[in-house]
Design a protein around this ligand. Structure first.
Ligand SMILES: [Zn+2]
Length: 303
């Protein structure tokens, strides 16, 4: 589907991702961490003797299939959910997975952690946005730069990334397993969706990508090492994020330059500042077109 503008993309986001959930693919990432693909946004699962921790919960419709996949990994209770941001393809299954994830020994309710702005946006939707059922809201918010917890013998760091994909982004680092779940700050082979209507910005996004690179450590020949679960798409390592950070930074600099020359939005788009990346990141049917990406940068930088 082609997205004419970022504003339209944001408005259409929810219906577009309501497509029938496909089958769930489960991948062992490393250590105690698994990733589930195909339920909307990617879902990261940490398991162990204390139960289950989820990063994001996919689409509401996908919850039964996601739960079946989680149960193949662990019979334990879902004790924690961490939402990387507010979008419904990452939070839609909150209530259902918490409910289905309870056990007689651990009836819950599980802690649903998110940055404070996620709660604010869910409880007070902008005009024209659908209301989010209260059962899907986080019940454990944070408003500090980071939050940490210890679960299944592992330190888990939740770090807030200000004004990047949205204004409520968190990345989650499993220190022992050496896995980072980063939500939609990073989507390999797709231009980023900078959700301006929900407080996103290109400079925040680049800062977030740099934060991921600060935490991740590659293994030999710059491959492997810390594994990165993106919000959508395949499992990645640091090298994939380096390439992505460079792309976003270069296109941002080109747009900034055109703005300095006094170009209008139409002139900036006509200059095609992302031209040499479009075949890789804006293939036919990509969620964010080259024009939408450039427009989001322009609007994000224009004073
Ligand atoms: Zn998103």
């Amino acid at each position: 589907m082609k997205w004419p503008t970022i504003a339209v993309a944001a408005a259409l986001l929810v219906p577009a991702i309501r497509a029938q959930p496909a089958d769930i693919e489960t991948l062992h990432v490393q250590g105690n961490v698994f990733a589930l693909f195909g339920g909307g946004g990617n879902v990261t699962v940490q398991t162990g003797p204390e139960g289950v921790l989820l990063v994001d919960t996919g689409l509401a419709d996908a919850a039964p299939k996601l739960m079946a996949a989680i149960r193949k990994l662990s019979p334990g209770a879902v004790r924690y959910v961490i939402n990387t941001h507010v979008h419904a393809d990452h939070t839609g299954g909150n209530a259902a997975l918490v409910k289905m994830g309870a056990t007689p020994e651990m009836p819950g309710p599980a802690r649903v952690i998110a940055y404070l702005n996620v709660m604010d946006r869910m409880s007070t939707p902008a005009p024209g946005e659908p209301a989010v059922p209260a059962a899907n809201w986080p019940n454990d918010t944070y408003s500090t730069p980071y939050k940490d917890l210890f679960f299944n013998g592992e330190a888990v760091f939740v770090t807030h990334i200000p004004n990047a994909h949205t204004d409520g982004d968190s990345i989650v680092f499993f220190r022992k397993s050496d896995v980072l779940a980063v939500g939609d700050l990073f989507m390999p082979d797709l231009y980023p969706f900078i959700d301006l209507a929900h407080g996103g910005s290109v400079n925040g996004l680049i800062a977030g990508l740099n934060k991921i690179l600060e935490i991740a450590v590659p293994a030999k020949y710059q491959e492997g090492g810390t594994m990165i679960v993106p919000g959508h798409g395949r499992l990645c390592d640091e090298a994939d994020v380096v390439e992505y950070r460079d792309m976003v930074t270069i296109v941002r600099d080109r747009v900034q330059d055109l703005i300095k020359q006094g170009k209008t939005l139409d002139q900036v788009k006509a200059a095609k500042p992302s031209r040499d990346y479009d075949t890789q990141y804006a293939a036919q049917g990509a969620f964010i077109s080259a024009d939408a990406f450039v427009e989001s940068i322009y609007k994000s930088l224009k004073p």
